[in-house]
Design a binder for this molecule. Sequence first.
Ligand SMILES: [Mg+2]
Length: 276
Amino acid sequence: MTWDLGEWTDDTAMAIPILDELAAGNDVRTPESQGRIVRRWVEWHEGAKDVGIQTRAVLSRVKGQAAQRYGDIYKTPDAELAKISRDAAALVHHSRGHSGGNGSLMRTSPIAIGYLNDTQALVEAARAVSELTHLEEDAGDGCVIWCLAIRHAVVTGQLDVRIGLTALDPERRALWAGRIDHAETVRPSEIENNGWVVAALQASVSAIKRGQGLQDTLEEAVRAGYDTDTVAAITGQLSGAQWGASAVPAEWARALHGWPGVTGKYLVDKAEKLVP
Ligand SMILES: [Mg+2]
């Protein structure tokens, strides 16, 4: 598998349909909006260079179920497509006994920007969009924690990875507090199995704790190894919110491009539509 210099991977690709929905003024908590996101994910995954195991299992099943019931994904009503995706996520979760891959956390950041003024809606949207492919509670929790931290960084300019813990159930809050505490004491590469949503979030917390500025933080994240593109994408969501777009080296910004045939400028233009 070869990638061009500056070509984004599945992390950013999967975030784009969410970003586009929000930039069009739609509420991604609605099944209609979620169905439109799922349709574009199915389109994307058929030609994608790199799709996570769990995401591929869910999206392949969505395509099959939509074909069986309605002919294809285009004839399937939006809300129905969202339901088919949720059901596929549940089936994958129950057949494997887990569904805690990092694939929903890696794509969650547009939700933080889309609901800057309504944290309750943000929490609901982050969890609902996560559950389109990842039923595991850890995956939804991770998206809530990260989106609230991104929102906090954008609104206040302050970094606080724990700001979202209060939005979790009390027993989950303590569990995640311990996970974050641990992450800050080790290097990203010392956290094993970063394909797991919890480890991916921990590796990102570690990179952010150690990094000096955006570029150094992202280099720390990439050096985590294994699922490096995803750890770097998750890290970049929050570190980018902390340091701002001006901290992105110009040569990185110029080279940035990928599915669906757009560049970094497209992402910036859409993101600016979300900011009140
Ligand atoms: Mg990856």
